[in-house]
Every structure is written in structure tokens, then in C-alpha cells.
Design a protein around this ligand. Structure first.
Ligand code: 5GP
Length: 122
């Protein structure tokens, strides 16, 4: 299977669907999640066409990878959640129930997020 150019994040990157942009640089974009699970819930995506962390780390260049991590960190700074704490999370593939097949990291914070995985049985 190849990258689906019609996935929602690809449409956001092309400006076909609006998003509440938080910050961006040449290689990465951060925007508000449409269905926030915490007071702060930001998605960070690379602008290149990568479905997974594996594709990203294999095919992206060092500038793209550095940009991505810097934007994740900047989001935490900008939303003032560094001191209180926050979680970064990437759903990758079927067992993680990844919905959107464009690699992304969730940045969550602004409240106590509980334990990492509540439902581990089964
Ligand atoms: P996943 O399960 O793939 O890790 O998460 C996908 C995330 O994308 C979900 O948290 C969902 O709320 C968010 N999302 C889905 N569609 C849209 C959209 O059109 N705009 C924005 N901003 N977020 C979206």
C-alpha cells in the first residue's frame, strides 16, 4: 500500500481543509486536534508524505527529523505545559488504532493525564 494523498492531514497540508494552526516551519506543522482529549491537544505532522514513524525515520532527511522534534518541543513551550508535564503519543498501525495514515504525534497536557494505558487486558 502506498501513501494515500487524500487522507485528512494531506488535505490540511494542501489547504483544502482548514485547521487551527499552532506553529510551523519548512518541514513540520502543528495544529489543534479537532476532538481534543485534554485541555491541550495538538497534533504535529511532518509536511512530507510518511505514513509511519518507520517511513519517516527511513526516508526523511535529518532536517525534517530535527524540525519535527523541535516543533513538538516548541508546542509544549508555547502552551506552557513543560512545568506541569505533558505526554507525547504516536499511534502507529493497526494495534494502535491509527486513524489517519499520515505520521503524527499527539501532544497532550493541561491536566493530569492518568496512567499511560488504562486498558491493557486482552
Ligand atoms: P490517530 O488515531 O490517527 O492517532 O489520531 C488522529 C487524530 O486526528 C484524532 O485525534 C482526531 O481527532 C484528529 N482528526 C481527525 N480528523 C481531523 C480534522 O479534520 N482536523 C483536525 N484538526 N484533527 C482531526
Amino acid at each position: 500500500m502506498s501513501y494515500d494523498k487524500n487522507n485528512i492531514f494531506a488535505k490540511i497540508l494542501r489547504g483544502e481543509i482548514p485547521c487551527k494552526k499552532v506553529c510551523e516551519d519548512e518541514y513540520s506543522l502543528a495544529f489543534q486536534d479537532i476532538n481534543p482529549q485534554a485541555p491541550v491537544h495538538i497534533l504535529v505532522i511532518p509536511k512530507g508524505e510518511y505514513r509511519s514513524l518507520q517511513e519517516f525515520t527511513t526516508n526523511a532527511n535529518d532536517h525534517e527529523i530535527a524540525s519535527f522534534m523541535r516543533i513538538v518541543s516548541q508546542v509544549a513551550n508555547d502552551f506552557d505545559i513543560v512545568k506541569s508535564g505533558y505526554r507525547i503519543l504516536a499511534n502507529n498501525g493497526e494495534d494502535a488504532n491509527q486513524e489517519v495514515p499520515h505520521f503524527h504525534v499527539h501532544v497532550l497536557g493541561g491536566k493530569n493525564l492518568g496512567r499511560m494505558i488504562e486498558n491493557t487486558k486482552g
